[in-house]
Write a protein that binds this ligand. Structure first.
Ligand code: ADP
Length: 426
């Protein structure tokens, strides 16, 4: 018997055997049998021509056919069917054909079915990967939506809180006036307490507003000429009392780059540095040291703030720059702003990062880990572009002349101090 005749002879028993074994229920079986007939015809074409491309369209359809449930449950039905098909083809051939014809059939068909299996596995995998990617995309969209909701909530809550706070502030200042006139010293000290509370609440609300501005890319920087050393002088003065109260040592070492004029948002940069240094004070025990160093790099100035405090664990280092990254640690929450370990709502560093990144810079932390006994300390690095041109052209008009004058003045003074640069004829 020729191979072609064997193929024709096996068609009906092959379809019946496979559909009986692999399809459950009458309805399913009818549809499945139709598919099997189509498959068998293409299998015959493949055997006769030696070209496996004949089977490609049906394998493609089958490989892409898994339902949503199949994908979710990780079923690989088609690969299973073809796998069983190989075994059942051998059995049917053995039962229906003579041994020689059966062997010829098996030798021709099994390699094609094995090839079909590898093709279908690839299609099924691709469908599954596409499904997983689309699920991931949906989850990511949901997370982004949640984050936007969170950010909107912060913004609405902050603005809603501001109105009653302004009222409380107004009435408190009237009460302060009355209490001062009536010389009720007890009342005065109570009102001082209320005022401190109002001040802290305003600070938290301002931080909430800043976070939502940063989240929504609405932070607008007002670039002005500044010298980093000046910022440190101001910060040193503001934090002097706190550092003294905590018996700490705050040292600002002059460094190359702190004396050059750069364009940056003075107020925002002050706020960012204030956050990092206040944290260094907060998370360093009494008598500890906070040191500020830095260096000039090509196109950047690096500010390095090191403390001898409790340090930060590696897993924590990754989340402290995220908003509310600190929320889980209620043990650290406190009403004091400079008290040792007096954790706040965890908005300071996200705002700092937002400000530094809006300047085109970056911030990161290094620490050997959290240990309140060993006191590993933490080192915050801030990389800030040394922008020497204002971003706003009207600024050039305003400050351009000023920086030119300064340059000339510097050349003149250095020329006077150093006679070798004096260009006057001998
Ligand atoms: P918080 O208002 O809690 O201080 P921040 O955003 O300023 O929020 O800081 C987030 C968290 O990072 C802090 O609660 C603290 O756990 C950790 N942290 C920040 N700076 C330091 C530091 N210098 N040493 C140790 N931990 C720090």
């Amino acid at each position: 018997m020729t191979l072609q005749t064997s193929l024709q002879k096996l068609r009906t028993p092959w379809v019946e055997r496979i559909s009986r074994e692999l399809a459950s229920g009458e309805g399913v079986r009818a549809g499945f049998s139709e598919q099997l007939v189509r498959f068998y015809e293409l299998l015959e074409q493949t055997v006769m021509t030696g070209d496996t491309a004949w089977l490609d369209p049906i394998l493609y359809d089958w490989g892409r056919s898994p339902t949503e449930t199949n994908l979710e449950e990780g079923d690989y039905n088609v690969s299973f069917v073809i796998n069983r098909m190989i075994a059942l083809s051998i059995e049917t051939a053995r039962e229906t054909l003579k041994q020689k014809d059966a062997l010829e059939f098996i030798a021709a068909v099994v390699p094609i079915l094995t090839h079909s299996l590898s093709v279908v596995v690839r299609y099924e995998m691709e469908t599954r990967v596409a499904h997983i990617s689309s699920e991931l995309g949906k989850t990511q969209d949901k997370l982004q939506q949640l984050d936007r909701n969170k950010s909107n909530f912060i913004s609405v809550a902050a603005h809603e809180l501001k109105t009653p706070l302004t009222l409380i502030e107004g009435y408190t200042s009237m009460m302060v006036d009355i209490a001062q006139n009536s010389e009720q010293s007890q009342m005065n000290s109570y009102l001082e307490g209320v005022n401190t509370g109002i001040h802290r609440l305003r600070h938290i609300i301002d931080d909430m507003i800043d976070v939502s501005l940063i989240d929504n890319n609405l932070l607008i920087l007002n670039f002005q000429p500044l010298w980093i050393s000046h910022l440190f002088t101001l910060l040193g003065n503001e934090l002097k009392r706190t550092v003294e109260e905590r018996k700490q040592n705050l040292t600002v070492n002059p460094f190359e780059g702190s004396e050059i004029m750069i364009y940056a948002d003075t107020e925002r940069l002050y706020q960012a540095l204030h956050n990092v240094i206040s944290n260094a004070i907060k998370y360093t025990p009494d008598h500890g040291t906070i040191t500020i160093n830095g260096r000039l790099l090509p196109g950047f100035v690096e500010i390095i703030i090191t403390d001898t405090g409790i340090g930060i664990s590696p897993e924590h280092q990754a989340i402290i720059f995220e908003k509310f990254g600190q929320l889980g640690r209620t043990d650290l929450h406190s009403s004091g702003k400079t008290k040792f370990k007096g954790g706040g709502p965890g908005l300071g560093l996200p705002i700092t990062r937002g400000i530094i990144e809006a300047h085109g810079g970056t911030i990161w932390v290094e620490s050997e880990g959290y240990d309140e006994v060993k006191l590993n300390g933490s080192t915050f690095h801030i990389l800030l572009p040394t922008r020497t041109e204002p971003t706003d052209p009207s600024m050039t008009k305003f400050f351009g002349q000023f920086s030119q004058d300064k340059k000339e003045l510097e050349t003149e003074t250095s020329g006077k101090e150093n006679p070798s640069t004096d260009k006057s004829p001998a």
